[in-house]
Design a protein around this ligand. Structure first.
Ligand code: DGL
Length: 276
């Protein structure tokens, strides 16, 4: 049975477009509605409770927009702290980026890993918890890299400043790790600089890409995949500055989003005001 309903995807802002791009490549027939909470970004520096509240209101805004068959939380920070609350509140399946990223550690047969992420994700320890639940017995080193998000948002993914900041964060990551998880939506855009600075062979795990494959498997398992002749539809919701979203989309998504497909929405900050 084919299901042509859209997949809802949300992130704190633009960064989740890297995950949307991976999803589009893996599932070219699926329609997707993306919400970027551009008014309240960044999430990575906020408390867990605030992030949970934001996540619930984002989910409500997406569902108020139209029917969805699955919700994908592209943001690592939200996935780290808000999945149980989202799963309890919603009747559709909710998928985050932590489990797929952690599973890739096993697929790569890594025995010693590093996680690079926002302060919120590192504080939650979500990747290590997920890995331990899966039976991972190796070493996990976590590093909060708070300057990476503003760096990417300024478009400074290469050059001397990017290199200096990468050296600052990667300096004390043991060169003996065999995998590094890019545990933030923005970090894949820094990959060439990170590779140059780390300068040691290692598996780089892009949790967004892993999530795209995970979502496809879940949709298949739950018989929710769209038919192979489905003409996909993409729509974008933002809580602030739709013009900036249109302008910057190419950088994160690989191509500019279609003009006129970006809609400004009012995300109610109180979950009591919105229907999930
Ligand atoms: N999307 C966030 C994440 O993946 C990074 C940006 C932010 O701090 O909001 O953790």
């Amino acid at each position: 049975m084919a299901d042509s309903r859209a997949i809802g995807v949300f992130d704190s802002g633009f960064g989740g477009l890297t995950v949307l791009s991976a999803m589009r490549q893996v599932m070219p027939h699926e329609s997707m509605v993306y919400l970027g909470d551009t008014a309240r970004v960044p999430y990575g520096t906020k408390s867990a409770q605030t992030v949970v509240n934001y996540a619930l209101s984002n989910a409500a805004a997406l569902l108020n927009h139209g029917p969805l068959k699955m919700l994908v939380v592209a943001c690592n920070t939200v996935s780290s702290v808000a999945l149980p609350a989202l799963q309890a509140a919603l009747s559709i399946p909710v998928v985050g980026v932590i489990t797929p990223g952690a599973q890739a550690v096993f697929a790569n047969k890594a025995s010693s890993i590093a996680v690079l992420a926002t302060t919120g994700t590192v504080t939650s320890n979500a990747y290590e918890i997920s890995l331990r639940e899966m039976g991972f017995a190796g070493t996990v080193v976590s590093k909060a890299c708070p300057l990476f998000v503003p760096l990417v948002e300024e478009g400074m993914v290469t050059g001397d400043i990017a290199k200096a900041i990468a050296e600052h964060y990667l300096g004390d990551i043991p060169r003996t790790v065999d995998a590094i998880i890019l545990g933030c939506t923005h970090y894949p855009l820094l990959l060439p600089t990170l590779q140059t600075v780390f300068n040691t062979p290692v598996q780089w795990i892009d949790s967004g890409k892993m999530t795209a494959h995970f979502v496809k498997k879940e949709l298949r398992k739950q018989e929710l995949l769209a038919g192979q002749f489905n003409v996909p539809n993409y729509h974008y919701l933002v809580s602030d500055a739709p013009d900036k979203f249109e302008q910057l989309s190419a950088f994160y998504f690989g191509e500019p989003v279609e003009k006129g497909n970006v809609e400004l929405v009012d995300i109610k900050s109180s979950t009591e005001q919105v229907k999930i």
